[in-house]
Design a protein around this ligand. Structure first.
Ligand code: FES
Length: 445
């Protein structure tokens, strides 16, 4: 983004000229006023000075700096605009469960620093706020001194992994009076789909958070499946990533160079609408145009002799879909839901993307490719995933998205017709009962 800004010629010439003109006008007026008052006789023979016009106030000179293009901001979507760090009271996927062992794993979710560690007492994964209350050292740098605890590396304050309570202070002796009087915040954890889900939200003492299944698509809770996936941190705010996922316009142009689409034609343009079903917004294609003549410019098409036409855009509508996918009865193949989860359904498999806020400028991008299969079909898919899909689709294809999310600089923005997908998503957030994650530090965190 910086490079683009730097590439634009700076505007001091315009600004300086404007400022200089304003100053010059003011000087002339002051001088004339003084002369009129001091020398009335001379004024009789002097040309009349034009009457001072009373009009709107002169615009203040523009501040120096690079030019900003006109466009709308996000004030029409105030909740969404404020949700730089996402929403509270949701379960978010993080890393794969097999990546968490005895060694602490630090991560940031919705601006909250968390350490994951596997409890050696029962093998479950625990999550604590990654900050020692004593002097603020990350607990993820600590040692596993005693079973079921983690010890801060600085002075050895030792916390219970389950409830975050201070159990011992190694450098203050067995009778340290501060023991039992300090706690580190803990987070509810659940292992699903091979991933570690964290609950970022408010849970009353002694109460339980909502079930993690609430924040996982129902078809993933209720069916046998096999999956492959990746989880990584990418540059850019989570909202740009979510909007990119549900963006109607870009795939047909940006991705028509992707190897994943090497043998399939991409449309040139569509007429689209968005419908809501079971908490999901779904893009529905009313018209698909494979080629078009642009007046005065030329023809554009992605048709090539080696590419075949894709199936119609309704995943279960061709009679050959997997029964689970057909049962979803989706009117379009791309859908999105809160807190930031995309579903791209094909007749035989579904691709999911979670956009998990990290901080203002980073997003955890969790991709899963799922087939509802068992036995040898499931093993065949795993082989295909590792051999090709992981690199072609979850690699090169979505890396094109990551590139755009990273370099995007909006608002201001000038939206066009296909951006109804973006405005539908923002409106959906505005109308939802969500709690925006605060951007300032909270007590106890
Ligand atoms: Fe953690 Fe002192 S900072 S024990």
């Amino acid at each position: 983004m910086t490079e683009l800004r730097d590439a634009v010629p700076p505007a001091p010439t315009v600004d300086a000229a404007h400022t200089a003109h304003t100053a010059h006008t003011a000087d002339t007026t002051d001088t004339a006023d003084a002369r009129d008052t001091a020398d009335t006789a001379a004024a009789v023979f002097a040309p009349r000075r034009p009457a001072r016009r009373r009009g709107p106030a002169r615009e203040a000179p523009l501040p120096p700096g690079p030019p900003v293009q006109a466009g709308a901001d996000w004030s029409a979507w105030s909740t969404y605009d404020a949700a730089e760090l996402g929403f509270r009271n949701y379960w978010y996927p993080t890393v794969f469960a097999h990546q968490v062992g005895r060694k602490p794993v630090p991560l940031t979710v919705a601006g909250e620093r968390v350490v994951l560690v596997r409890d050696d007492r029962d093998g479950s994964i625990r999550a604590l706020h990654d900050r020692c209350p004593h002097r603020g050292v990350p607990l993820s740098l600590g040692r596993r001194q005693f079973p079921g605890t983690i010890s801060c590396p600085y002075h050895g304050w030792t916390y219970d992994l389950q409830d975050g309570g201070l159990k011992a202070v190694i450098t203050d002796g067995p009778d340290s009076p501060i023991c039992g009087r300090v706690k580190v915040a803990t987070y509810p954890v659940a292992e699903r789909l091979g991933l570690v889900f964290l609950y970022i939200g408010d849970v009353e003492d002694g109460a339980a958070p909502p079930p993690v299944e609430r924040d996982i698509p129902a078809e993933l809770n209720d069916n046998s499946l096999v999956l492959g996936g990746r989880t990584e941190i990418r540059d850019g705010n989570w909202r740009f990533a979510a909007e990119n996922g549900f963006d109607e316009g870009h795939a047909k142009y940006l991705h028509n160079t992707a190897l994943w689409r090497l043998f399939k034609v991409m449309p040139t343009w569509n007429m689209t609408r968005v419908v809501e079903k079971d908490g999901w917004l779904i893009r529905v294609q009313d018209e698909v145009h494979w080629d078009a003549e642009f007046p005065g410019v030329g023809t554009f098409t992605n048709r090539r002799w080696w590419k075949r036409m894709p199936l119609p855009d309704r995943p279960g509508g061709n009679g050959d879909a997997n029964p689970v996918i057909a049962g979803l009865d989706l009117p379009g193949f791309v859908s999105i839901r809160l807190p930031g989860l995309l579903r791209v359904a094909y007749p035989q498999f579904i691709h999911y993307e979670w956009y998990v806020p990290v901080d203002a400028d980073h997003v955890r991008y969790v991709q899963l490719m799922v087939r509802f299969e068992r036995s040898w079909r499931a093993r065949l898919f795993q082989a295909k995933y590792l051999a090709a899909i992981r690199w072609l689709f979850h690699g090169q294809f979505t890396a094109q998205d990551a590139w755009m999310v990273d370099v995007m600089d909006a608002p201001p923005e000038r939206l066009y017709r296909p951006d109804l997908s973006l405005t539908a998503w923002r409106r959906h957030v505005e109308q939802a009962d969500v709690v925006v994650q605060p951007t300032e530090k909270r007590k106890g965190h």
